[in-house]
Design a protein around this ligand. Structure first.
Ligand SMILES: N[C@@H](CCC(=O)N[C@@H](CS)C(=O)NCC(=O)O)C(=O)O
Length: 445
């Protein structure tokens, strides 16, 4: 754990001129700053420890999760392609039938001044099927483009709603089209004996009712197939999505298992049973803030400093005060808000609104105070970037996913834009962001 945490803390310090003893270290990775023997040692232990950090079950679950996601996309792609093809087939038959009707309706037929088609022909069922097929093929094409662009359906609810509307609409269209097949509509008339007799009289090259009858019948069969296929593919997609959702909860549980399946040895070292825990030789330290300070002191001459160098008790006193405020005034309110609003829903548990109601107003007050303080100094700890900023950053980032943190707080926004623009932060936050976006609903809203 040590090298990993150390790496994360020190990475956040890359390119910090304020506390750096040697400014040429800016933008150099922490391992490159270590003396050769120590660098090798760190690399070696880091590899060793990382092997222990790989949780085979979690890796397996993640692979399964990605597999289901891939299959859900493949199923959605196949559905759209089939829908587009079937609809294109129906749409061309309907357009052809309508075209045939308009181009032949004035043909002369002995004893039928209204032409070869039924007297007062009913056209709407044919138009209805044509419009339904055009709409479906356009929707299917849009879905394909969206898949191609890797746009994800934000909520399974909407894709299910879309599938339900699609199925109901096609059931209605197919039933109406079939029920309205009388001698008056184009399909019904094409299949009558009277139409066949007229075809013989005019010649099938001019007007082939028999083939029109067959084409429209097959079009109705395709419309029924459209319903059946949609039901099947929706079930398959739903199956993959529900497996994917189930895995999300398992993955989060597995990540927590490091904490929850505690060994006696772990308990002896982290007496409250919490992570992170850092072991460095014969010393074991828990509490992230204590760990960060330990690492800063231990490697004070390796990387840039993140604590004041001054021996002035007043300077140190003010800095200590600001450092402490983060844990007391910010973390104690932001942690429950994050836990209830983002973490519990990710674990499939309900948000305890009473907890949110208790802590959110205090958090907002704290943010207002911080905004005011940041109008006087550029950083949380004073004039220089320091551990104080680093302590605020993870929760500030996380809570900004469920709360409008920076709105109406220009100084806090300016501070966040400055500190979060650091390359080291971007690198450190990426796995956190990727991980959360997989398990927390609405993370990337
Ligand atoms: N103040 C502690 C908080 C540590 C903490 O709450 N860790 C959580 C995981 S993020 C934990 O270990 N929870 C397990 C438990 O409370 O049983 C720190 O900053 O290290």
């Amino acid at each position: 754990m040590t090298p990993r945490l150390l790496q994360e803390v020190l990475k956040s310090t890359n390119g910090i001129p304020e506390f750096s003893n040697d400014k040429s270290h800016a933008h150099i990775r922490w391992t490159e700053m270590l003396p050769d023997d120590l660098r090798d040692y760190e690399r070696h232990t880091s590899m060793q420890k990382n092997e222990h950090l790989v949780n085979p079950r979690r890796e397996f679950l993640l692979r399964q999760y990605n597999k289901f996601r891939r299959w859900a996309s493949i199923a959605a792609g196949i559905t759209s392609v089939i829908s587009a093809l079937l609809s294109a087939f129906m749409e061309s038959i309907m357009i052809y039938t309508i075209y045939k009707f308009y181009t032949t309706k004035t043909l002369f037929v002995e004893g039928r001044p209204w032409g070869p088609w039924a007297r007062d022909s009913v056209l709407w069922p044919t138009f209805m099927l044509a419009v339904a097929s055009i709409v479906t093929s356009l929707l299917a094409l849009t879905a394909l483009v969206a898949l191609w662009c890797r746009a994800k359906h934000k909520a399974a609810f909407f894709s299910l709603l879309y599938a339900a509307v699609h199925i109901v609409a096609w059931v209605v269209v197919s039933v109406l089209y079939r029920v309205e097949k009388t001698e008056k509509d184009l399909w019904g008339w094409s299949c009558t004996d009277k139409a066949r007799a007229i075809q013989q009289q005019l010649g099938s090259r001019k007007l082939n009712f028999e083939s029109l009858c067959r084409l429209q019948a097959s079009s109705w069969e395709v419309s029924v197939a459209e319903v059946v296929i949609k039901i099947l593919t929706t079930s398959v997609s739903w199956y993959f999505s529900s497996r994917q959702e189930g895995l999300k909860t398992e993955i989060v549980g597995e990540i927590g298992s490091a904490v929850f399946n505690q060994t006696e040895d772990f308990r002896a070292k982290s007496i409250f049973g919490r992570v992170p825990l850092v072991e460095d030789g014969d010393v074991a330290i828990f509490e992230s803030r204590a760990i960060a300070r330990y690492l800063c002191l231990k490697y004070a001459d390796v990387g840039p400093r993140l604590m004041p160098e001054s021996t002035d008790v007043k300077v140190n006193g003010v800095w200590e005060m600001r450092l402490t405020l983060e844990a007391i005034e910010f973390d104690s309110h932001v942690a429950p808000v994050i836990g209830e609003t983002l973490i519990r829903p990710a674990l499939g548990k309900a948000t305890d609104e009473a907890v949110v109601a208790r802590h959110k107003p205090k958090l907002l007050d704290c943010l207002d105070v911080l905004d005011k303080a940041l109008s006087k100094t550029p950083y949380m700890g004073g004039t220089e970037y320091s551990l104080v900023d680093i302590f605020y950053m993870p929760c500030m980032f996380t809570v900004s996913k469920c709360l409008d943190v920076f709105e109406g707080r220009p100084n806090l926004r300016r501070w966040w834009e400055t500190v979060s623009a650091r390359e080291a932060w971007k690198e450190v936050v990426k796995p956190l962001d990727d991980g959360y976006s997989q398990v927390v609903p609405g993370w990337n809203k």
